[in-house]
Design a binder for this molecule. Structure first.
Ligand code: ADP
Length: 164
């Protein structure tokens, strides 16, 4: 997928779709995947239609939520929000996990980048999840950004233009 994105061959099927319905769907799926061990909550959910690719957006959401689950402890709390602001649709995934050091947060969307302690984890990952998420969001004319504080938590937000 990453190679396709880099060579501009990433296939995206844009169509008007209800992002709130997708969020609810992924929310249910994520609750099952996390085995009920973490608190997963939706704090805000506006009804929004975007020009998007449902399967690709599902993939982005699952990636962000699974990172939030992976990088929180047993008291992990993951809060999802979907709202419209300044003619843009915003969706955020916030967690109260280990957070990311300020020097590292700017790199997390790079290919193969993993913050040091994460590299030792048996649960390990590829360091590609967020790079792919960024490619998918940008291919839908969106942007994605991270805010994080070590020891406090992380919030990843992506924005998509409204179809209007
Ligand atoms: P992976 O999860 O496979 O390691 P990603 O590209 O999804 O790769 O994430 C890159 C790195 O960013 C992770 O290894 C981790 O260090 C950091 N990271 C991503 N999401 C979070 C999060 N919610 N909390 C803390 N660190 C995170």
């Amino acid at each position: 997928l990453m190679a396709q994105a880099e060579s501009g061959r990433l296939e995206i099927d844009l169509a008007p779709m209800e992002l709130d319905t997708l969020l609810l769907d992924v929310f249910q799926q994520a609750k099952i995947l996390s085995g009920g061990k973490k608190t997963l909550r939706i704090d805000e959910i506006d009804q929004v239609v975007v020009m998007g690719d449902r399967d690709r957006l599902r993939q982005v959401l699952l990636n962000l939520i699974s990172n939030a689950v992976k990088f929180t402890d047993a008291d992990g709390k993951i809060i999802l929000r979907l709202w419209i602001e300044k003619d843009e649709v915003r969706l955020s995934v916030e967690d109260n996990g280990q957070g990311i050091h300020p020097d590292e947060v700017q790199h997390i969307f790079e290919r193969f980048y993993r913050v040091e302690p994460a590299r030792d984890r048996r649960s390990g990952g590829s360091g590609l999840g967020l790079a792919i998420a960024r490619s998918l969001v940008e291919a839908q004319s969106g942007t994605i950004r991270a805010e994080s504080e070590a020891g406090v938590g992380t919030r990843i937000t992506f924005e998509l233009p409204t179809p209007g």
